[in-house]
Design a protein around this ligand. Structure first.
Ligand code: DQA
Length: 152
């Protein structure tokens, strides 16, 4: 069974309480439950991790280098826009990385249009709420399993 690590960055534990106009009212726990359910359907093991500490996130990414992780889905939150530390850590990985965002980052403030994660990701999904994560998980699974086995 392929193993997908879903990483949630800074402030994302506050989903459900922050800016519902952008992020809706879904909580991070609910997002993680939806990811686990889709993981079961796709026959992939999904592990979710959230931190507000950049160094902790970098260390979790380093661990993924040798712990059998097959793909990473990441919503780096605001780190997306400026953290070369997160970018470099993801760049060390040889497995596919999929970047996701709940809100449509390209339709918001100018600073959100820059992603330092994008150059080390296979692609970016933005603007579909929880579906961004679920589409990101589907993309990650297809990248490592191929379409036949992911579809059953
Ligand atoms: C976000 C978009 C970022 O610009 C913002 O800083 C976040 C959440 C999203 O999921 O839409 O914290 O990554």
């Amino acid at each position: 069974m392929k193993k997908v690590l879903v990483l949630h960055g800074i402030n994302l534990n506050m989903f459900g309480k922050r800016d519902p106009g952008q992020y809706g009212t879904i909580t991070l726990d609910e997002i993680d439950r939806r990811l686990a359910k889709l993981g079961d359907e796709l026959r992939a093991a999904v592990e979710c991790f959230q931190t507000n500490h950049e160094g902790e996130m970098v260390e979790r990414i380093h661990q993924a280098h040798g712990d059998g992780t097959d793909a990473v889905v990441i919503n780096a939150g605001a780190w997306t826009h400026y953290s070369y530390g997160i970018m470099d850590a993801l760049g060390i990985l040889t497995i596919p990385v999929v970047e996701v965002h709940m809100s449509h980052v390209h339709a918001r403030e100018a600073f959100r249009r820059t992603s330092v994660v994008a150059p080390v990701a296979r692609g970016q999904i933005s603007g579909f709420g929880v579906q961004s994560y679920l589409l990101g998980l589907r993309a990650a699974v297809e990248l490592v399993q191929g379409p036949e086995s992911a579809d059953g």
